[in-house]
Design a protein around this ligand. Structure first.
Ligand code: FA5
Length: 325
C-alpha cells in the first residue's frame, strides 16, 4: 500500500489539467484499480483479515479522493486568477503615458540662475542643516534677540538647540566670507524650513535665493541697480521696484524690495547693506570692504510671475494645474 500511495502522489503531482487528473482517478480508484481489485477479494478472507484490509483499503481510498478533490480545486482557483508577471513594466497612472516637464519653481530657478550668471554671479551650494552660530549668532542674532522670533525654528537637537534645518539661506553669508576673499558676487539657492502655519502665502518649507556682493566701494546704488536689472530680466523690462524701510539685524540699512508687476506692488524679499559686524565675523575688514545682501522666496517669485493665487498649489500633485506653466 505504501508503494501504491507513493505512485499515486507522484502521478497526481504531474497531472496538469482535468483530463490528466481523471486518468489518475481511473488508475487508482477505477474498476481495475488496486483498491477495487482488492475489495473483491474481501469476501474470501477470514473475518479478522477482512476487517483489517477493509479498513486499510477504505482509508487509502479516502486519501486518494481527498487529494484528487484538492488538486481539482486548486486548478479551478488558478484558472480564475491571471498570474502576475512581476517583470512586466508597470501600468502608467493615466491612459496614455505623459512626458514630464519642469515644475514652475524649477522654471523660476533656472531663469534666476541664467540672469544672475549673466551679471557675473557665481552659484554657491550650501548645507540645509546649519549650526546656530551661522544661522543666527554670526548675523547679530544672539539667543535672546527678538528677531529670532520672526523665524520660528525647528531644532535637530532639542536639548541644546545648536543644530537646525536652516531658517533662511543667510547662514551661508558668513560661511562663504570665511573661506573666500573679496571681491565676490554670489547667489545661494536652497530650501529653508520654518515652523509656520501654512496659508496662501506661507509654507513650512520653501526655496530662497540669497545674494551676497562684497567688494571695495559697494553701495546702496549697486544694490538697487543690480536688483532692478535682475527683476526686469525675470519679470519683463517694464517692471519697477521700490524699497521699503525694514529691519534685519545683519544689514544696515535694511529694506524690503517690492516689484510692480501687472500694475500691483508685490513683496519680493529682504535686502540691505551687510552689517560691519557680519563682515568682521566673516574675517573681512569693514574699513576696506562693504557689501550688500538680499534674500527672496522662490515660490513667491513663481506666484508673482505666473499669477498663482495660493502657493500651496505648487506642492499639490495636480498635474492638470501644474501643466499650465
Ligand atoms: C529673510 O529670510 C532674510 N534672510 C532675507 C534677507 C537676506 C534680508 C539678506 C537681508 C539680507 P524673510 O523672512 O522676509 O527674510 O524671508 C525672505 C523671503 O522669503 C520673503 O520675502 C518671502 O518671499 C519668502 N518667504 C518667507 N517666509 C515664507 C514662507 N513661509 N513661505 C514662502 N515664502 C516665504
Amino acid at each position: 500500500m505504501e508503494n501504491i500511495l507513493k505512485d499515486f502522489n507522484n502521478q497526481l503531482s504531474k497531472a496538469q489539467n482535468q483530463n490528466e487528473i481523471e486518468k489518475v482517478r481511473v488508475q487508482f480508484l477505477g474498476k481495475k484499480s488496486f483498491i477495487t481489485e482488492n475489495m473483491k477479494t474481501l469476501p474470501n478472507l477470514s473475518a479478522e483479515k477482512r476487517g483489517q484490509l477493509g479498513k486499510d483499503l477504505n482509508s487509502l481510498k479516502l486519501t486518494f479522493q481527498e487529494a484528487i478533490n484538492k488538486k481539482v480545486d486548486n486548478l479551478e482557483m488558478a484558472a480564475k486568477f491571471t498570474p502576475i508577471d512581476v517583470s512586466r513594466p508597470g501600468k502608467p497612472l493615466y491612459k496614455e503615458s505623459r512626458t514630464g516637464h519642469m515644475h514652475p519653481s524649477s522654471l523660476v530657478l533656472k531663469e534666476t540662475y541664467r540672469v544672475f550668471t549673466e551679471l557675473g554671479f557665481a552659484i554657491v551650494d550650501s548645507p540645509e542643516i546649519e549650526d546656530d552660530w551661522h544661522n543666527f549668532e554670526a548675523l547679530n542674532m544672539p539667543e535672546i534677540h527678538p528677531a529670532r522670533e520672526m523665524q520660528d525654528t525647528f531644532y535637530i537637537d532639542k536639548s541644546n538647540k545648536k543644530l537646525l534645518p536652516r531658517t533662511h539661506t543667510s547662514g551661508m553669508q558668513v560661511r562663504f566670507m570665511k573661506q573666500n576673499n573679496p571681491p565676490f558676487k554670489i547667489i545661494v539657492p536652497g530650501k529653508v524650513f520654518r515652523n509656520e502655519n501654512e496659508d496662501a502665502t506661507h509654507s513650512w518649507t520653501f526655496g530662497q535665493i540669497e545674494g551676497l556682493v562684497v567688494g571695495e566701494g559697494v553701495s546702496v546704488t549697486d544694490l538697487r541697480g543690480t536688483l532692478l536689472e535682475i527683476v526686469k530680466k525675470q519679470l519683463g523690462p517694464e517692471t519697477e521696484i521700490r524699497f521699503r524701510a525694514s529691519y534685519f539685524p545683519y544689514t544696515e540699512p535694511s529694506m524690503e524690495i517690492d516689484a510692480k508687476f501687472k500694475g500691483k506692488w508685490l513683496e519680493l524679499g529682504g535686502a540691505g547693506m551687510v552689517h560691519p559686524q557680519v563682515l568682521i565675523n566673516g574675517g573681512i575688514d569693514p574699513e576696506k570692504y562693504s557689501g550688500f545682501a538680499f534674500g527672496w522666496g522662490v515660490e513667491r517669485l513663481a506666484v508673482i510671475k505666473y499669477g498663482i493665487t495660493d502657493l500651496r498649489e505648487l506642492w499639490r500633485p495636480k498635474f492638470d494645474y501644474l501643466e499650465q506653466f
